[in-house]
Design a protein around this ligand. Structure first.
Ligand code: G
Ligand code: G
Ligand code: NA
Ligand code: MN
Length: 253
């Protein structure tokens, strides 16, 4: 069986795993949201990173199925955490390929209905990408997700091609500053200026700001002083299985 055939089976049998990386709210010092990151523990090749199989799924028309599998798992884990007393929200990565898929939209609607989840606990993270060639079409798709109650976040902000025009044209709720700007923001003056200005710009536009790739306490202190809303990165935790996340939520930060 080819890797694609095996991926089809893994999706059909619901064998992909989802790990969760927490986001720490700097106002409350609480973890109230996570990013869902797909994992594939391949029976013979071992653990495969998404960089290997997500593009494969995108190229071969499998990304809707993969994403719905990730969403199903995330919704189920959100339910478990809620039962354990943790009111959490979760972000799922959305390939730009799904912005013009009527099938995905219909299946998403049906998943939300059958699962009974409150859609406002979900966020879609979308990367500024070349695939988002038709901004009007992308904006219309994002508006239909928002109309359902799902929040929209722009991922890896700052690394794409037409950053400001996306902010102008897309309906957004949150901006995630790419880790290449965040990582040394507390040490490097120009990185710091770019991060602070991006936070100010986002806030002026009414968007929440997440800084990703936070690896040390000095960086967290810089972001707190800069008014950043949430941080994500190895300082808080790497992505972990759902059970490990429960344990993390029960331990004081
Ligand atoms: O942390 P990690 O190595 O898992 O992330 C690698 C890349 O894979 C990231 O760019 C992330 O956005 C992407 N990715 C992880 N899970 C998914 C998913 O469910 N769907 C899509 N489209 N991309 C994902
Ligand atoms: O593209 P996206 O931002 O969705 O991908 C998340 C990627 O970032 C994953 O590969 C994840 O392992 C990685 N990551 C998460 N936190 C950190 C961090 O603090 N430092 C670094 N270097 N990478 C991180
Ligand atoms: Na992401
Ligand atoms: Mn990102």
């Amino acid at each position: 069986l080819s890797l694609l055939g095996e991926l089809d089976e893994a999706i059909a049998n619901r064998e992909l795993d989802v790990h969760y990386q927490p986001k720490l709210c700097l106002k409350t010092n609480l973890i109230a949201s996570v990013e869902a990151l797909v994992r594939w523990n391949h029976p013979t090749r071992g653990p495969l990173r998404p960089d290997l199989f997500v593009p494969l799924a995108e190229r071969n028309g499998r990304i809707a199925g993969l994403t719905l599998h990730v969403l199903e798992r995330t919704i189920s884990d959100l339910h478990t955490w809620k039962v354990q007393g943790h009111a959490m929200t979760a972000a799922v990565n959305l390939s730009a390929k799904l912005l013009n898929s009527a099938t995905f939209l219909a299946e998403l609607r049906s998943l939300i209905e059958t699962s009974g989840i409150a859609p406002h606990v979900l966020t879609f993270e979308v990367t500024e990408s070349a695939a988002m060639t038709n901004a009007a079409e992308a904006a219309a798709a994002l508006e239909s997700f928002q109309a359902m109650g799902i929040a929209i976040s722009i991922d890896d902000y700052g690394t794409g091609q037409s950053t400001l025009s996306y902010l102008k044209q897309l309906p957004l709720d949150e901006l995630k500053i790419d880790r290449s700007f965040v990582q040394f923001a507390h040490q490097n003056r120009s990185d710091g200026v770019l991060v602070q200005s991006t936070i100010n710009l986002a806030h002026e536009l009414g968007l929440k700001v997440v800084a990703e790739g936070v690896e040390d306490p000095e960086c967290m202190a810089f972001l707190r002083a800069a008014g950043c809303d949430m941080i994500q990165g190895y300082l808080i935790s790497k992505a972990v299985p759902a059970k490990a996340l429960s344990a993390l939520l029960e331990r004081p930060v």
